[in-house]
Structure formats: structure tokens, C-alpha cells
Design a protein around this ligand. Structure first.
Ligand SMILES: *Cc1c(COP(=O)(O)O)cnc(C)c1O
Ligand code: SF4
Length: 349
């Protein structure tokens, strides 16, 4: 069986060149993924802003139109805009903010595989994303060294076949759901052949930024009784959630998929009690349970999003006093060398 070929992955950022007569054959979400906004001037016009200062930081603007449609026109401080605009603040060099904050190379037994924690293994299945999030800790990730060419995927699966104490495989990237149904299905078929894998986890932002990714094929793949599946969405603000998302989550839950959310605490986006409370309650309204609230990884170009630990802990304590226990995400950070995500303070778990 063919693996994921690097050619398709590299082709993703460019517009799909689809003859008009074939447009019907391309699912809506893939058309949307091929029609991203990459020009800050176009974004400025759509948002009816007079000025939208931006900078070329080497990690270009990339945002789907469905996502822009949920921004507030005229608001230069919109929390969704702040997550995607390549702002001048990114050019600041700040001590302690580096290109590989998690020292991931140490945990890579074979290219494309991260094995840091007991019982679960993370696979980097693509370098492509439908959106470029400015705070992304993978913005400097050497994808070319990790992309799953056919040989690398064979190597990763051969390694995984021998790790019989691994019961969960985590698909990450990039965004694993940016793969076509066919490619994603081929990957799952190969994973399904490893009997010790009982849980399949997918981390994705795609259903939040483009409507229609939860196709019948994806429902069949994630709902396969072969394993228990978990989809972890990465929403940071309640405005990212939509009625379309609620429908897609409901469909996932009907086939038995557990849907969780992990957010990153971001200054100027969601660093208030009101924003976090609204996010937690809205997630639940959309069928999603809060899981983690992450302290920012100290990645170069993202220092302007950092929230000091003392403020993060105070915010979390205020949330604990207001939210039902099951709506309170765990406040954690990722440290190189730890055996799990690390609570930011005692009691934050
Ligand atoms: C975050 C992460 C996991 C998953 O950790 P959970 O606490 O189970 O969500 C697994 N592997 C790697 C490499 C990770 O970074
Ligand atoms: S979707 Fe995830 S991997 Fe992709 S840029 Fe955003 S945070 Fe990074």
C-alpha cells in the first residue's frame, strides 16, 4: 500500500488547480483549503480596517475565509485576527524564546516520531496546516527532516510495531486533518494493523477554521470500532466556535468519538476570566470538553503572547471558583525532559 507521499504534502499550500468541470468532485473543505487568504492587504479590506500593520517574519499569513468570517469587522484587536496576523511584534528578539523550545530532537527515535510519555506516541503526519497560528511552537519545526515520505512512514510503522507497551497513537503535524480522506484512510489502515494500539488520537484545528471537514469518510474512519478515538480541537476563543462546528461535533459523538479541546493562554486573545469562562461554557454547548490550557511554549517570534506564570495561576484560580469542575481545563506547560505535561502550579491539574 502506498504511504503518504511527500509530493501531495508539498502541493497543499499552493492553490489546487482543478478544472471547472471537476469542481464538484472536490469536497468543500478542500476547496476552502486551496483558497486561503495569504495577502494582508486582502485581509485588511475584508475586515474594513483602514490600517493593518504587518511584517514579514518568515512565517507567512495563511488563513481560511470561514475563519475570517467570524472576526469582527472594524476591530483591529479582534482575538481571532491577533492569532493569525503576522504582526510587527514577531520581529522582536526576546531572550529565552528559541526555535526549538521543547528540545524535541531528543525524543525522536525515528524521523517523524515523538516518544516522550509512557504509553503514547506522537506521529508527525504532515507539515501542512490550513491556518498559520502565530504562537505555534512548530513554526520553526524542520518539517523537511520529518515529513512522512513512504520510506519514513515504513520506518516509523516498523518501529511502532515493536513498541507493544504503546496503546495510543497521536496524529499531529502540521494538521493531520489537512490530509485528504484517502490519504488519512490509508494511514489509519496501516495503524489499525498494529494490535497493541487501542486508542487513536487526532489533534487538529481544521474543523474550527474550515467547515465541512467532518466528512462521511472521516466519520467512518474515526468511528471504526477497531479503536476508541479522541479528537482534540485547538480552540482558543469562543468566537472560533460556530453552529456548523456544533453539527460536526454532534456527528462525531454519534459515532463514538470523544471530543476535547486544548487552548493556549495568549495575551490579548484569551487572558481574561471572562474570555476563558466564555470559552469553557461555549465549548460544552458545542459538545466539546475542555482538556488543557497550555502556557505558551517559548518559541521565537511569539513572546508578545506570553502571560506571566503568576497571572496564569491567578486566572486559573478565578476560573476554578466560577466553573463546574468538568469545565475547568488543566493549566499545564510542556517542559523538555518531564514525564508528562507539567502543572504550572500545585493544584492546577
Ligand atoms: C502532549 C504530548 C502527548 C500527549 O500528552 P497527554 O498529556 O496525554 O495529552 C504525547 N506525546 C507528546 C510528544 C506530546 O507532546
Ligand atoms: S494548526 Fe496547529 S500546527 Fe498548524 S500552525 Fe496552527 S498551532 Fe501550529
Amino acid at each position: 500500500m502506498a504511504g503518504i507521499e511527500v509530493a501531495e504534502i508539498q502541493a497543499l499550500p499552493a492553490p489546487l488547480r482543478v478544472p471547472l468541470t471537476d469542481l464538484d468532485a472536490v469536497p468543500r473543505w478542500q476547496q476552502a483549503q486551496a483558497d486561503l487568504i495569504t495577502d494582508p492587504e486582502e485581509l485588511r479590506r475584508l475586515l474594513q480596517l483602514e490600517h493593518l500593520p504587518w511584517a514579514d517574519s518568515g512565517f507567512p499569513l495563511r488563513v481560511p475565509r470561514d475563519y475570517v468570517a467570524r472576526m469582527q469587522p472594524g476591530d483591529a484587536a479582534d482575538p481571532l485576527l491577533r492569532q493569525v496576523l503576522n504582526s510587527r511584534e514577531e520581529l522582536a528578539e526576546v531572550a529565552g524564546f528559541t526555535t526549538d523550545p521543547l528540545a524535541e530532537a531528543v525524543h525522536t527515535p525515528v524521523p517523524g516520531v515523538l516518544h516522550k510519555y509512557h504509553g503514547r506516541v506522537l506521529l508527525v503526519v504532515t507539515g501542512a496546516c490550513a491556518v498559520h497560528c502565530r504562537y505555534c511552537f512548530r513554526r520553526h519545526f524542520p518539517y523537511q527532516e520529518h515529513l512522512p515520505t513512504r520510506d519514513r512512514l515504513d520506518e516509523a510503522l516498523a518501529w511502532l510495531a515493536e513498541q507493544t507497551d504503546v496503546s495510543e497513537v497521536i496524529l499531529s503535524g502540521g494538521d493531520p486533518l489537512s490530509l485528504s480522506d484517502r490519504r488519512f484512510g490509508q494511514l489509519l489502515e496501516r495503524l489499525a494493523a498494529l494490535p497493541h494500539l487501542r486508542r487513536l488520537r487526532v489533534h487538529s484545528r481544521l474543523p474550527l477554521v474550515i467547515h465541512g471537514r467532518v466528512t462521511d469518510a472521516l466519520l467512518a474512519q474515526l468511528g471504526d470500532p477497531r479503536w476508541r478515538s479522541v479528537l482534540v480541537l485547538h480552540a482558543n476563543h469562543a468566537h472560533e466556535l460556530s453552529p456548523q462546528l456544533a453539527d460536526e461535533v454532534a456527528a462525531l459523538r454519534r459515532v463514538g468519538v470523544t471530543v476535547l479541546n486544548q487552548a493556549v493562554l495568549l495575551r490579548g486573545v484569551n487572558d481574561s476570566v471572562a474570555a476563558q469562562e466564555q470559552l469553557a461554557m461555549s465549548l460544552f454547548d458545542h459538545g466539546v470538553l475542555p482538556y488543557y490550557l497550555h502556557q505558551l511554549d517559548a518559541v521565537a517570534g511569539a513572546a508578545h503572547f506570553a502571560v506571566p506564570d503568576a497571572d496564569a495561576v491567578a486566572l486559573h484560580e478565578a476560573l476554578r471558583a466560577r466553573l463546574s469542575g468538568y469545565l475547568l481545563p488543566r493549566l499545564v506547560r510542556e517542559l523538555p525532559g518531564d514525564h508528562s505535561k507539567t502543572p504550572v502550579a500545585a493544584g492546577c491539574g
